[in-house]
Design a protein around this ligand. Structure first.
Ligand code: ZN
Length: 138
């Protein structure tokens, strides 16, 4: 996840979260979204409504599960590779062990980034709460 949060259209850092929203998993200013919406409308495409930026948090739950599974099963694969090498002297265990070590590593990095992203969204949520919450309009 991009940080500091930038608008996907004008690339400016989003200073006021009540003036921005979530469109296709990316942040965008409400004013910029209006332009995108009009452009799409002219092409005959109906865009979904702009959403609360904190909705992003729930979109991170799927990947989080995937990373946890990678960690879990990666270690299992590593154990199989290790047993093949140490118990049976089987050279086929080497690539299995390598996969079994790299997969959980990616999983751990993914989980860490996911946690950081969620914490940032919490900050956005707090900033929004101070202003009385997010509203779809201007
Ligand atoms: Zn913008």
């Amino acid at each position: 996840m991009e940080w500091p949060g930038r608008c996907s259209r004008c690339k400016e850092v989003i200073a006021d979260w009540s003036d921005a929203g979530l469109h296709e998993k990316r942040w965008i200013h409400k004013a910029c979204f209006s332009e995108v919406w009009l452009e799409a409308r002219n092409k005959g495409v109906e865009l979904p409504e702009l959403r609360d930026p904190t909705v992003r948090s729930s979109q991170l739950e799927g990947p989080m599960l995937l990373f946890l599974l990678m960690f879990h099963f990666g270690l299992g694969i590593a154990a199989i590779g290790w047993i093949m090498i140490s118990q049976f002297d089987d050279p086929d265990g080497n690539p299995i062990l390598a996969v079994g070590l790299i997969t959980p590593l990616i999983g751990v990095i993914g989980v860490a980034l996911n946690v950081i992203s969620r914490r940032r969204i919490e900050l956005i949520r707090q900033a929004l709460d101070l202003q009385g919450g997010w509203k779809p309009g201007r």
